[in-house]
Design a protein around this ligand. Structure first.
Ligand SMILES: [Zn+2]
Length: 158
């Protein structure tokens, strides 16, 4: 069976919320892609409900791109505790954590509402009925109140 880095992580030892570099991969032409574990809630203790998770995914697609170049993907873990963030080029967990924090601050702010969530029409989304802006904003506030660490095992809050 293939060895998958994410399954080697001791999910009982981490302290969420955090940003962790999973790895950097170099392609045949020298391009580098970095993959981050953006963990919003403590594994096996809590989960982000599907509607809020879905709205966070849609919102982050533009909030992150407004703040940093080179994002390839930001997609939810099946365990509903966070997201994979895949980037062109090399980036530090600190740089990514600052972008995530700043994006969540905008999501949590009073000016952020349904009109700011992209791609939520039936034509644009595979399950457009399953969104919660209220849930996304409440989770953003909770994650920010706990602080985002740049180390998965030690609380080094940015
Ligand atoms: Zn969708």
């Amino acid at each position: 069976m293939a060895e998958v880095e994410s399954f080697q992580l001791d999910h009982t030892a981490v302290l969420a919320p955090y940003v962790r570099l999973i790895g950097a991969e170099k392609g045949p032409k020298g391009d580098v892609i970095t993959n981050f574990d953006v963990r919003f809630v403590q594994p096996n203790s809590n989960v982000i409900g599907m509607a809020a998770l879905h709205t966070i995914e849609h919102s982050m697609a533009s909030l992150i791109r407004d703040r940093i170049d080179g994002m390839i993907d930001f997609s939810p873990f099946g365990c509903q505790t966070g997201f994979h963030m895949i980037m062109w080029g090399e980036h530090s967990p600190e740089a990514i954590a600052i972008v995530i924090k700043n994006a969540l601050e905008e999501m949590a702010s009073d000016k952020f509402g349904w009109d700011n969530v992209p791609g939520v029409a039936e034509k644009e989304c595979g399950n457009y009925r399953n969104h919660s802006v209220f849930g996304a904003k409440e989770w953003a506030k909770k994650i920010l109140s706990e602080g985002i660490s740049t180390d998965p095992y030690e609380r080094k809050i940015i």
